[in-house]
Design a protein around this ligand. Structure first.
Ligand code: NAP
Length: 261
């Protein structure tokens, strides 16, 4: 049997950090379906990453997984070196980055947090996003021989709501992502690069379990005007739009995907 036909016409190479689970995995699947060759990164869960790659490949798409902790500069550089090699092999341009890898820790008041936790959360969510954005711009910029492209950062509604009694550190990290999205978008607009963010509300993924409350979405659903939590695919659709030419005049924005909350 020959290889299955691609569903979408071949497009560029898209890097999705934290593409092994949750929202990142949904983005990887949708983008591959639309024709992107997807390089997805993960930190620990190689099995989950391999499952996403398997599903995409079985459906006729192109995907590859790479272990890389976005909080570690050397690992980010190695991840981009893998991207460079793969992109050249495929002979496709590097057109998109989705900076999705993000973490939070156990719910508690700020007064009970220690500096080690703040360093971990800010290092992954802020420095990780900055490192990936820098490496993407160095490759996409027209002045550096790139073709332009789109960067989408995963923010959170927590940036505006503050996440009191849960994770103010996480909320602050996402506010930093919003500021970077705006500032960087203005720095690179003339390079043909658009930079936007998506701010999800309560989405059904494993991240709430890592905060110590797997049922958090159900507990808070009544406070959502639409009366329910969101699915990773509903966030992925917004990300795909911001990556696409359909949003060609949109940059520096934070798109809320939160059922009105
Ligand atoms: P998730 O289910 O916990 O998945 C997180 C993903 O990121 C996994 O693939 C994980 O890989 C990867 N990851 C974590 N730390 C990493 C690191 N240092 N380096 C590389 N990869 C790393 O999370 P999610 O809910 O899909 O969230 C995705 C993004 O959306 C995050 O930025 C999050 O803050 C944001 N967000 C989520 C919600 C929500 O309600 N779910 C709401 C607002 C914003 P491993 O499995 O290998 O660790």
């Amino acid at each position: 049997m020959g290889s299955p036909a691609l569903k979408g016409a071949p497009r560029g190479v898209l890097l999705v950090t934290g593409g092994s689970r949750g929202i990142g995995a949904a983005v990887a699947r949708l983008a591959a379906d639309a024709g992107d060759a997807v390089l997805l990164s993960y930190r620990r869960d190689a099995e989950a990453a391999a499952a996403v790659v398997h599903d995409i490949t079985a459906a006729g798409g192109r995907a590859r997984a790479v272990p890389a902790d976005v909080a570690d500069e050397a690992q980010v550089l190695a991840m981009f070196a893998t991207l460079d090699t793969w992109r050249a092999e495929l002979d496709r341009p590097f057109t998109g980055l989705v900076s999705n890898a993000g973490v939070l820790e156990t719910q508690r008041k700020l007064v009970d947090m220690d500096a080690g936790r703040w360093e971990r959360v800010l290092r992954t969510n802020v420095i990780g996003s900055f490192l990936c954005a820098r490496e993407a711009v160095r490759r996409m910029a027209r002045s550096a021989g790139g073709t332009g492209g789109a960067i989408v950062n995963l923010s959170s509604r927590a940036a505006k709501l503050g996440a009191a009694f849960e994770y103010v550190d996480y909320a602050a990290s996402k506010a930093a992502v919003d500021a970077m999205t705006l500032g960087l978008s203005r720095e690179v607009a003339a390079e043909g690069i658009r930079v936007n963010a998506v701010a999800p509300g309560l989405i059904r993924t494993d991240i709430h379990a890592s905060g110590g409350e797997p049922g958090r979405v159900d507990r808070l659903s009544a406070a959502v005007p639409m009366g329910r939590g969101g699915e990773p695919e509903e966030v992925a659709q917004a990300v795909l739009w911001l990556l696409s030419e359909a949003s060609s005049y949109t940059t520096g924005t934070v798109l809320e995907v939160s059922g009105g909350r």
